[in-house]
Design a protein around this ligand. Structure first.
Ligand code: SAH
Ligand code: SF4
Length: 385
């Protein structure tokens, strides 16, 4: 069987190399070629013994995802749609800012949680991505951008697991992918700059704290169980008090001394003064003497027709933010980016349900949109597309 080396963290690659009868340190060289240099052609890896390269050619490959399309926003945001087979597609979004470059990465094709305000949730669940498919999004984007910008060093400084899917419902594939991102021989990102966003899979939050404690964002969206049950169905399984206790436990391991609560502002649903006041009570009742232990990030809702929901007007968002801030809670309002290319939160399409349409789109766009990208993709993926 041929192994895709993008599926391995360094430990896994070392075990693979040992299986080939090679010393473990060879894995470090190989890992650096793949992740730091973007190489996929073993012949390019000049400091590896010829005998090893021959073995690798027979038993391994470095297979990235195929890009279906790339869209660029006027604000510099870039969205890629990747083919993951069987008519499924996932998206990644690069968001450039003055002091950082953030890649928003998908963890699943579709999502089983089914939040009311999320287009991915409305599409249903198709399947978990593999470690290689998660890593491939970063591998592709990083080396694509370096090449385009003529940059020697790193372009992507932050990763947020905020694309399609619930990362903590794909835990087994997620953790090795995070390790590749953090590894000094991989992308070398600090734990503070890699964020897992979850709708609140409590047991997996505890495991993440042990296995790979990166920064944590929790999608709260409601100040009480009745409303949250309705907006985020997972709340029926892990209600707010359990979720906040889990946040508290996570903080003992987290790279930052706060958890970020994401709160999608829905007109007339969760954006009233009474909701802000309830949030303050909720947060205070879980503060256990620690002072400020969370931040709020208010997300303007990105509407889509099937949701039947509307974006809160800007004055309502500002008023809500003010109530939280006045209570001493650090609150930011997320800028919407990439609006013109549907790259904003919750607009990540992928259309997993409508397989025929995606299938058609994949077929059409591969030939039409991808022409200018083709050489580059071939370079990076070593013709493996
Ligand atoms: N499943 C994880 C991560 C992916 S969603 C989670 O739910 O946290 C990333 C963020 O986008 C979440 O906070 C989610 O609530 C938010 N989001 C989803 N749909 C949205 C929409 N239509 N408008 C604005 N934000 C949305
Ligand atoms: Fe899934 Fe997150 Fe969307 Fe909810 S908001 S449906 S958990 S991707």
């Amino acid at each position: 069987m041929t192994a895709n080396l993008l599926d391995f963290d360094l430990e896994g690659l070392a075990a693979f190399c040992e299986g080939l009868g090679e010393k473990r340190f060879r894995a470090t060289q190989l890992f650096r070629w793949i992740h730091q240099r973007g190489a996929s052609d073993f012949d390019q890896m000049s400091d590896l013994a010829k005998s090893l390269r021959e073995k690798l050619k027979k038993q391994a490959l470095v297979q990235g995802l195929t890009v279906i399309s790339q869209h660029e926003s006027a604000d510099g945001t870039i969205k890629w749609l990747f083919d993951v087979g069987d008519g499924n597609a996932v998206e990644s979004v690069f968001i450039p800012e003055d002091d950082r470059g953030t890649l928003c990465v998908s963890s699943q094709a579709g999502c089983a949680v089914g939040c009311r305000f999320c287009s991915t949730g409305h599409q249903g669940f198709s399947r978990n991505l593999t470690t290689g498919e998660i890593v491939s999004q970063l591998w592709f984007a990083e080396h694509f951008l370096r090449k385009r910008l003529g940059a020697d060093g790193r372009v992507i400084s932050n990763v947020v697991m905020m694309g399609m899917g619930e990362p903590l419902q794909n835990y087994a594939a997620l953790v090795p992918a995070l390790r590749v991102m953090l590894d000094d021989h991989g992308y070398g990102l600090s734990r503070r700059r890699v964020t897992v966003s979850t709708s609140g899979v409590v047991p997996m939050m505890d495991r993440l704290a042990q296995d790979c404690p990166v920064a944590l964002a929790v999608s709260l969206h409601a100040p009480n169980d009745a409303l949250r049950d309705n907006l985020v169905p997972l709340n029926r399984k892990y209600p707010l008090s359990e979720l906040l206790d889990a946040c508290d436990r996570y903080l003992a391991h987290a790279p930052r001394d706060f958890v970020t609560f994401e709160y999608c502002m829905l007109d007339g649903v969760n954006d009233q003064a009474e909701h802000a006041l309830q949030l303050i009570d909720l947060v205070r009742s879980h503060a256990s003497g620690k002072g400020v232990w969370c931040k709020f990030n208010l997300i303007p809702f990105n509407p889509f027709p099937a949701s039947g929901l509307l974006r809160s007007p800007q004055p309502a968002v500002l008023a809500f933010a003010k109530i939280l801030s006045d209570a001493g809670i650090v609150t930011t309002i997320r800028k919407t980016r990439g609006d013109d290319i549907d790259a904003a939160c919750g607009q990540l399409a992928g259309d997993v349900k409508d397989r025929t349409r995606v299938g058609e789109r994949i077929a059409q766009q591969r030939t039409i949109l991808l022409q200018p990208l083709k050489n580059l993709t071939t370079d990076l993926a070593g013709g493996s597309q």
